[in-house]
Design a protein around this ligand. Structure first.
Ligand SMILES: [Zn+2]
Length: 159
């Protein structure tokens, strides 16, 4: 409910610039980070496996990204979808950007893609929302399931 009511606590740092420089952190739900981009498991998911992919640089709009940065982010979006397909076997995805608060961005000063897996028998939005509030351990299970894939991705990108 906290999320719904907009009272979720704000971390001292930008969510998309987590402290330290480790590529993975269970505590931060950080699945992947390198110099150009990162992928987090959303702590307030709309569905199981809801991922957030952002560029490393703190910019508010996609128009502020250099071509190479955009390419790095898109590459991670593609890899993340590939991993979700293999691990969670969804029937489809919603993938997109919310630019500006009026468009629904909870954090509107650092752009991030939402990747939301969808299943044929999806509950409606509010049911899903109510359900996921009660299962934080579910998020960690999903993290543990996806992590080895992202570790493998990190290794293959940093040989
Ligand atoms: Zn930021």
């Amino acid at each position: 409910m906290e999320h719904v009511l907009g009272n979720e606590p704000h971390p001292p740092h930008c969510l998309f610039e987590p402290p330290g420089d480790q590529p993975h952190s269970r505590e931060l739900l950080l699945l992947y980070r390198d110099s150009g981009r990162l992928c987090l498991l959303n702590r307030f998911p709309y569905a199981n496996g809801h991922l957030l992919v952002a560029p490393a640089r703190h910019v508010a709009c996609i128009t502020e990204l250099e071509a190479a940065e955009l390419q790095e982010v898109n590459d991670l979006v593609q890899k993340a979808i590939e991993i979700l397909k293999e691990e969670l076997n969804p029937d489809g995805f919603n993938v997109g950007l919310n630019l500006g608060q009026v468009a629904g961005a909870g954090i509107d000063d650092h752009i991030h893609y939402h990747i939301v897996p969808r299943w044929q028998d999806d509950h409606n939005f509010m049911t899903v929302l109510a359900e996921v509030r009660t299962i934080p351990e579910h998020i960690e299970k999903t993290y543990d399931r996806l992590l080895p894939r992202f570790q493998h991705l990190y290794r293959s990108n940093h040989k």
